[in-house]
Design a protein. Structure first.
Length: 382
């Protein structure tokens, strides 16, 4: 049975045909321009043969035809709006009225009421996806709607740096793609969720691989986590060919890599720092790693001597061995350094002002290195 509802559904499913037939109509009306001079002749003949009333109605009909043609060209078919690049952000739950106002204010569309009418008539307001949309050219109103309803959102490059913690990643995601940072932290710290991913830890700290990702505005949080975890597994198992052994579990690999990541940003030093930690673990010597103390206390400043006296599981000055888990999310080079430590016997290192370190075999050598650095700094100040 033919009903208005059926017609609406058909138009909704095949709305792109409107553009096709509409364009044909536009071509038809444009032919008016080619016979404009005939219209002038026709009007002249009307004035000479008919009464004023008939002439008036003829002019009214032509006026209506002209206005319809103008409306069709200006609002429906021809591109309108701002020719300069413009970004529009649509959030989950935004009303079609708010979206239309945004588009009009950005000069992407010229008629917000017609936009709303089309959305309501064909239920397109329910199909508009949240996201960031970049309009770099003039768009017809139907092209705008097609972009909003058919996955035309722009992917956003999100950079997760090496050594970022879960809380720092949460902040980056909130700033870049408007994710709820608190909810992100809750999810990555949920033990049931972590167990379901077969991750050996209480949280996902250490397992969200730092990289540049293409995410979308307000993307589902778990899909973001799955993508970063997928990249971690790809690097660890495919690129680094890691195989767990009784001596080196996945958790131990990632935990040790996170300490190395935080101790130096110099790629050539990472295997040396790895060797220092391995050498200390072999002789049951405390790691004395400042970044673990900072992580355990949640510090946003350099570690002070008084901080080293505070008892907590991440204080590697007090407790021997590795901390309970990773203290950040390490990159490829730090993970590789765990697998290929340098063949050296160093037990100590101290940072220089340029970011590099001085490595020593004995405590006396280490203390002498510290003394020399202090002396050089004082000389530099003088």
């Amino acid at each position: 049975m033919f009903t208005i509802k059926n017609l609406k559904n058909k138009l909704k499913n095949f709305w792109h045909w409107i553009i096709f037939f509409g364009s044909a109509i536009a071509v038809f009306f444009s032919s008016i321009l080619l016979i404009f001079y005939k219209i002038i002749d026709w009007l002249t003949e009307l004035f000479s043969r008919f009464k004023p009333r008939k002439i008036l109605w003829s002019l009214v009909a032509l006026g209506i035809l002209f206005l319809f043609s103008l409306f069709y060209f200006r609002v429906v078919t021809l591109p309108t709006g701002n020719p300069r690049p413009v970004a529009i952000i649509i959030n989950h739950g935004d009303s079609v009225q708010k979206i239309a106002l945004q588009l009009k204010e950005a000069r992407v569309i010229s008629n917000s009421n017609f936009f709303i009418l089309l959305c309501k008539l064909f239920d397109w307001d329910r199909e508009i996806h949240a996201g960031r949309y970049d309009f770099s050219d003039n768009y017809s109103i139907f092209r705008v709607l097609r972009k909003l309803t058919q996955g035309g959102a722009t992917a956003i490059n999100v950079v997760i740096p090496e050594g970022a913690t879960l809380k720092q990643i949460a902040g980056i995601l909130q700033n870049e793609i408007n994710l709820d940072s608190n909810l992100f932290v809750q999810i990555v710290s949920n033990q049931s969720f972590v167990d379901s991913l077969k991750i050996p830890g209480k949280t996902l700290e250490g397992y969200l691989f730092p990289n540049t990702y293409n995410f979308y505005w307000q993307q589902d949080i778990k899909s973001v986590i799955y993508r970063m975890l997928e990249e971690f597994r790809k690097i660890v198992y495919d690129s680094l060919k890691f195989v767990e052994t009784p001596q080196l579990s996945l958790k131990r690999l990632v935990t040790l890599a996170s300490l190395i990541e935080k101790e130096s940003k110099r790629p050539d030093e990472l295997p040396l720092i790895s060797a220092v930690f391995y050498n200390r673990l072999k002789i049951d010597m405390p790691l004395q790693c400042d970044p673990t103390v900072s992580y355990g206390l949640g510090l946003n400043r350099p570690v002070k001597p008084v901080d080293l006296q505070v008892k907590h599981p991440y204080n590697t000055y007090i407790y021997y061995g590795l901390p309970p888990g990773p203290i950040c999310n390490p990159g490829t080079l730090s993970l590789r350094a765990v697998l290929t430590p340098a063949p050296v016997s160093y037990l100590y290192f101290v940072a220089k002002r340029d970011g590099y370190h001085i490595f020593s075999n004995t405590l006396d050598e280490h203390n002498q290195a510290i003394y020399n650095m202090i002396k050089e700094r004082k000389a530099g100040l003088n």
